[in-house]
Design a protein around this ligand. Structure first.
Ligand SMILES: Cc1cc2nc3c(=O)[nH]c(=O)nc-3n(C[C@H](O)[C@H](O)[C@H](O)COP(=O)(O)O)c2cc1C
Length: 146
């Protein structure tokens, strides 16, 4: 499948997750276009991607960070297959933990499970969660269109 993986990462935590997600996708032989969103970027959005994977850190009180919001605006029409992941910190309270993930999943009306990582992937449990999540979203997408 052709997969677009776009992520917003201020201090590198979400990039670490994105890198692991990308490695899993490539291990499964998928064609991945991956980038960190940036206000000055020209995004490669001409391709018909089979699956969009968007990742973001969470900004103030559960909000989606501005660069990811801008990228989403550039997407224009909402793609039908969007899976969302992100990093956050529970110290901001469970109500706001990874709030951007919830907001984006709601915006895209995503049917895929979300992945939320506390700060950065640093435990075996985190790495397994990432691998399992990628396997799950791929099998869901592949189940829709062979
Ligand atoms: C100004 C600011 C506000 C934040 N607000 C939240 C929040 O509401 N909920 C949350 O889960 N994390 C919040 N965080 C924590 C970051 O989302 C978290 O550290 C994330 O892993 C950073 O990812 P990055 O290294 O990819 O930028 C906030 C961080 C900053 C700097």
């Amino acid at each position: 499948m052709k997969i677009l993986l776009a992520y917003d990462s201020l201090s590198g935590n979400t990039k670490m997750v994105a890198d692991e997600v990308e490695a899993e996708l490539k291990k499964a032989q998928h064609d991945v276009t991956s980038f960190r969103v940036h206000p000055d970027a020209q995004y490669p959005l001409e391709t018909d991607y089979d699956l969009f994977i968007l990742g973001a850190w969470t900004a103030d009180l559960g909000r989606t960070p501005p660069d990811m919001k801008d990228f989403i605006a550039e997407l224009g029409t909402k793609p039908p297959h969007v899976a969302i992941f992100g990093t956050g910190e529970t110290q901001w309270s469970m109500a706001y933990f990874c709030g951007a993930v919830d907001r984006m999943a709601k915006y895209f009306d995503s049917q895929y499970p979300t992945l939320k990582i506390e700060q950065m992937p640093h435990t075996e449990r985190d790495h397994t969660a990432i691998q399992d999540w990628v396997a799950q979203i791929l099998s869901m997408r592949e189940g829709v269109v062979k």
